[in-house]
Ligand binder design. Structure first.
Ligand code: CUA
Length: 316
């Protein structure tokens, strides 16, 4: 009965912590509901029973009622202590990853998510693939503003901050797909900042690792460029078919005359393309918002930048 009730308005429980989180949620919810009904019923009952019945009726003087006062102090105190200890235990549990957890790096960027598997040679993916029944620890950081990593099915939510690492963990209990959201308002495309989490069997996970682990060094430049373009989430703001999105389309960009927001013009040659990747806010095409994240430092290797430029040049 209780499980049915849970499913009535909560998402499915798909992690090891979900049942405990839901239990506490329902305890608070139901006890609040019972108190509300009890208080309202008492008000209505008293209002009718003790209503003024005649013109010269005088209200009796009642200074206190010890038993009643003890009851309404002790019972709520006990309930609050239950909620505190239950919640504190859950808080510790949700914030402390088991020592055998498998680690994945998560980066929030306006407005997409990147997942990196540092131990398995997987550079970046835009969906999170994890094995079932295995604790996963997420090391999270933001490239720009505050985002928040939220997976309703797993009952986890944690802010992702620029200049600081935060961590969270989960252990998925069934194979399937769940959606994760950004739960912190972070700008124009905040509502589209979601990603899929695919929970797979141990065997499928091994296959995923073999397929995704790429040998960057051996890949032809244009091909690496296309891969990097997808992995870095470029396509969430730039189309490759001429469609206008948050940023200009990449199609036909190479060698075109760009009118910049300061009124000057520049030819989009190789060097301009390169500058626009490593320092995108310096020369912004007129009519587009100046909010592209920079790709300097260890975010992209020189070879990956070359590869992106090669790829963009071919989009004519
Ligand atoms: Cu990122 Cu909202």
């Amino acid at each position: 009965m209780f499980e049915r009730f849970a499913e009535f308005f909560l998402p499915p429980q798909r992690s090891t912590v979900a049942a405990e989180v839901d239990g506490l949620f329902h305890f608070i919810h139901i006890s609040g509901f019972i108190l509300f009904i009890g208080i309202v019923a008492t008000i209505v009952y008293f209002a009718i029973k003790y209503r003024r019945k005649s013109e010269d009726e005088i209200t009796p003087v009642i200074s206190h009622n010890t038993r009643l006062e003890i009851a309404w102090s002790v019972i709520p105190t006990i309930m609050i202590l239950i909620v505190f200890s239950w919640g504190f235990r859950g808080f510790l549990n949700v914030n402390t990853a088991p020592s055998d957890a498998f680690e994945i790096n998560v980066t929030g960027v306006s407005w997409f998510w990147e997942f990196e598997y540092p131990d398995d040679g997987i550079m970046l993916t835009d969906e999170l693939v994890v094995p079932v029944n295995q604790p996963i620890k997420l090391n999270m950081r933001s490239e720009d503003v505050i985002h928040s990593f939220f997976v309703p099915d797993f009952r986890i939510k944690k802010d992702v901050l620029p200049g600081r690492n935060t961590t969270t963990w989960f252990e998925a209990t069934e194979v399937g797909e769940s959606i994760m959201f950004c739960a912190e308002y972070c700008g124009t495309e905040h509502s589209a900042m979601d990603a899929t989490i695919r929970v797979v069997s141990e065997e499928e996970y091994e296959e995923f690792l073999e397929e995704e682990a790429v040998d960057i060094e051996d890949m032809p430049l244009a091909e690496l460029g296309e891969l990097t373009f997808q992995q870095q989430g470029c396509q969430s703001c730039h189309s490759v078919d001429g469609t206008d999105m948050v940023g200009p389309s990449m199609q036909g960009l190479y060698q075109s005359e760009r009118e910049l927001d300061d009124g000057s013009t520049v030819t989009a040659d190789e060097d301009y393309l390169r500058r626009s990747i490593v320092d995108p806010r310096a020369e912004v095409t007129a009519g587009y918002p100046n909010n592209m994240p920079t790709f300097y430092g260890d975010r992209l290797s020189d070879r990956e930048i070359d590869a992106l430029v090669t790829y963009i040049k071919e989009l004519q």
